[in-house]
Every structure is written in C-alpha cells, then in structure tokens.
Ligand binder design. Structure first.
Ligand code: BG6
Length: 489
C-alpha cells in the first residue's frame, strides 16, 4: 500500500518528463502501483491550462510509453490527477501560491500531506528550489517530504560538497533520493539477489577464483544535440563518476543474505573506501582518455568529435575513458577491475565480464589448445542476460577444447523501464537503489585526481576512430596485465 502522495514536478514541460516520467507514472498506474490517492502538480515557466497540460501528457504517452493508452476511460482516470501551475523558480510568491493550491487539493481529496518534489530541471536550479520549498512552508506539512534529483550532483568534489550542503539546509539525507538510472536497470538490481541466493556464485566471488572484472558501457551515439553540456563534462563526469562506479559498487559489495537498504548502502560505501586512490601523477598509468575521430558506424560515415555541431576544433574533451581500479579488501585484493565507457563505439552494450583464474592450466597434462578462461557475463543493456562460458571437448578434434556458452536471456520485450521502479521506490520510501551522499562524495573523491590530470593535460588524449572499441591504449592497459577486453571482436 503506497501512502497518499502529491507529486510536485518541476520541469513538467521538459524532455525528461515527457520521455521518462509520464510514461513511468502511466505504467505504474496501469499496474495499480500508484497510490490510490495521488495528485500531480506540474510546474513550468510557460502558461498552460490544465487541459492543455493533460493533452501534452497524453501525447508523450502515445510517443514514449511502452504501453499505449488504448482505453480512453483508464487514460482519463489517470489524467484526472494532473494539474498545472506556472512557476518562476526564483519567485517566492509563486511557491506560496503553489502551497495554497496543494493544500486545497489535499483537503478536497482528503490526502495526507505527503509531498514528493521531483526536480526535473538543471542542477543550477536545485539550490533555489530547495530553499524556496523550505521558506514557503511547502516542506513543513504534517506528512513526509522527499526530494528527487537527477545527476549531475556537482561538477567536481568541491562543488558536489557545496551542493549537498545547500540541499541539506532544506532536506535531510533520508529525504533525498538521488537518481542514478543505472541503479534502476533490472539486471543491476538483480546482481544483489544473484549473489545472495546462489551459493555457487558466493563460493567463487573473490580473489581466490577471479582473475579480473571488466565493466563496459559502450554507446554508438555521439554527442548528439548536447554539446553545451557534454563538452564541459566528458565521459568521466557524464558516465564514469556515477553510472560506472555504481556498477562497480553493486558488483563488489558481497552483500549478505537478507540485506536491507542500510546494509546495501553501507557495503557500497565500504567498496568505495577500499578503492586504492590514484594520485594525479599516477593517473596516466591507470587511466586512458580518448576522443573519437571520424569513422564508419553501422555502414554510415560519422563525423569526428571536434567537427560535431557546437564543439570547437581544439576541444580536448574526453568521449572515452578506461581505467584500472583496485579494491583493497579481503575479497578483492589483487583483482584488477577494468572499467570503460565511451561514445561512438562499435556497439551499444552495457555488460560486466568476470574472468576466472585457471589454476589447472599449468599442471594439466592434457593439451590445452583452444582453452579459454571461464567467463561469467552479465548483459545489462540493451539485452538482459546471464552467460557462463565453459570449456568442453571438441569431439571432432581429439584433445582440443571447445568453449561453449550456457546462457539465459530475459525475453520480456516489454520490461519495465528503470524510471518505473525508481519512481515507485521513491514513493514507497525505499532508498536501496538511490545514490547515498556518502557514495557520491567518495566517487568524486576518487575521480578528482583524474579531473585534475585531464585538466592539466598530464594524460594524453588518444584518438579513436568512430565505430571502434576505443583507443589502442585501452587495449594495451589490459595487455600489460596479461589480459584482454572480451567481446571486442
Ligand atoms: C546518461 C548520460 O546519464 O546515460 C548519457 O548523460 C548516456 O550521455 C546515457 O547516453 C546512457 O544511458 P543508457 O541507459 O542508454 O545506457
């Protein structure tokens, strides 16, 4: 049973709201996962009537929802909860007006004043909105209040700390839900369960048996129409500091059975604390910075980064990053974790590959021609699956090994989107799959020397052709350790 909720959406006419938030709410509604008593107030700069606002929401469902609004009565029932109010983010009177409107709705619908403030706006507005929520009394009703925000949470360690400091004047940590949509991906959420409920995995999950771990999030898209944002953040801030380190935490936290959200967050924090820090001078030895040049992708020529609209010809921005990380704890000491992410790579894929050691290799009397390490692969996106690569014998070729794959693919094309489970969890007050400030701060702390080394050009910027799996230097980094990236062929 979800408690009555008023969903206050800042940025109600924006792109994220249309593409993700309305479709997520609609699908939750169809599955009866929205609170029975639910009211949504959309806020934006533009004047809109409630009718036009609802029509816009409906249009976004038709375009982006995984289920089409086929039943008119159901759709109207959903849209009845939607109201719109114009709001200038910096204008105090607008918040007072909003408070009166929300109070009237709460009284009319007999709603407990539980209010969820979802900031689907640029991070430069977070502070002003949080302050005004507090000053207007919007956040001091006799129910709960929650703040939902999206990355980026700061631009570096210092700005992240300042932002957090400001937000914490109006909201306590337990009231802040920081969305990292990678934590909403079904396979990422399953990592915890797979480890906890499979003794066979638990037995293997450490430096005793694991040779290395590879986490890849490759994208085929380039900078798209986001030059203004992306050219200032690069892959390191856009993907690495948040999504990639969250994947690392989820994989390496060895959660005990029955962990609750506190344990999950505690264990993730422990992973970050155990990460061996890099000094600015060492960054070049463990981090590869890349930028795409013109190339061919899926048979079509594509421009290089510096020829993209809005990007200067001298931009040194990173569109690719690969790093070698070490976790200095009981489970993982000595196991390299290789992480890479980039734009304009050869395929769209988010996957984790766990390569196992081969203790028998040296002593085996049998010829090991063709033998490959055992691999466990988690396919996260766009397909979801688990694959185990084993060796068997090829009956045709005496004495030769043949790798086989035992695989499971999630066949549901209509699986819920990350935003559905995250919005539902935020309404339920379950913070398990949201980023805690401690994790965010530790992630910035780890990344800070990389930001500085990039800024000061202490690390070369390797070019890679669009449509490839990144610069040669990223391959050389694994080769130094006697490994290679799997599935780059
Ligand atoms: C976003 C980044 O957070 O994640 C984008 O800002 C990136 O640059 C996107 O394209 C990737 O998400 P997904 O779910 O498509 O892997």
């Amino acid at each position: 049973m979800v408690e009555p909720t008023t969903f206050v959406l800042f940025g109600a006419t924006g792109d994220l709201a249309k593409r993700k938030i309305y479709p997520a709410l609609y699908n939750l509604f169809l599955e009866e996962k929205l609170p029975a008593a639910f009211s949504l107030v959309g806020l934006g700069r533009r004047e809109l009537s409630d009718e036009v606002f609802r029509a816009n929401v409906e249009a976004s469902l038709r375009q982006f929802s995984r289920r089409q609004p086929a039943d008119a009565a159901k759709l109207n029932e959903f849209l009845r909860a939607f109201r719109y109010s114009v709001l200038d983010i910096g204008c105090k009177e607008d918040y007072e007006k909003l408070l009166r409107m929300i109070e009237q709705r709460e009284q009319a619908l007999d709603l407990t004043p539980n209010r969820m403030f979802y900031l689907s706006v640029g991070p430069e507005y977070f502070e002003t909105i949080a302050d005004n929520i507090q000053a207007s009394g919007l956040g001091s009703a006799n129910g709960w209040k929650r703040l939902v925000i999206e990355k980026p949470f700061g631009h570096d360690l210092q700005s992240a700390r300042e932002l957090n400091e400001k937000l914490s004047r109006a909201f306590e940590e337990h009231e802040i839900y920081r969305i990292d949509h990678y934590l909403g991906k079904p396979m990422v959420q399953k990592l915890e369960v797979l480890y906890q409920s499979n003794p066979v995995l638990q037995a293997l999950w450490s430096n005793r048996h694991i040779a290395n771990v590879q986490i890849t999030a490759s994208e085929t898209v380039g900078v798209e129409a986001r030059a203004g944002y992306y050219d200032h953040v690069g892959a390191v801030r856009d993907m690495f500091q948040n999504h990639m380190l969250q994947l690392l935490m989820m994989l390496a936290s060895n959660l005990p059975y029955g962990s609750n959200s506190d344990t999950v967050r505690y264990k993730k924090k422990k992973v970050m604390e155990a990460l061996e820090p890099l000094s600015k001078q060492d960054v070049h030895a463990h981090v590869v910075r890349g930028q795409y040049t013109a190339g061919t992708l899926q048979g079509k020529p594509v421009a290089g980064y510096t020829s993209e609209p809005g990007i200067g010809p001298d931009s040194m921005n990173d569109t690719f990053i690969a790093a070698r990380l070490k976790i200095d704890d009981f489970f993982w000491r000595g196991v390299p974790f290789y992480i890479r992410t980039g734009k304009r790579m050869s395929e769209k894929a988010t996957r984790i590959v766990i390569e196992f050691k081969e203790p028998a290799m040296q002593s085996s009397a049998v010829s090991h021609t063709g033998k490959t390490p055992n691999l466990l692969i988690f396919e996260i996106n766009p397909v979801e699956g688990i694959i185990l690569q084993l060796n068997t014998r090829d009956p045709q070729q005496q004495g030769e090994f043949k790798p086989i794959r035992v695989d499971f693919y999630e066949g549901n094309d209509n699986a819920p989107e990350a935003y559905e489970s995250l919005i539902r969890d935020a309404m339920h007050g379950d913070p398990t799959f949201f980023a805690h400030w401690d994790e965010v701060e530790l992630a910035w702390q780890w990344v800070q020397p990389i930001l500085e080394a990039f800024q000061e050009n202490l690390v070369p910027l390797h070019r890679y052709e669009a449509g490839t799996q990144g610069p040669a230097a990223a391959h050389a980094m694994l080769a130094e350790d006697g490994f290679r990236w799997w599935f780059d062929e």
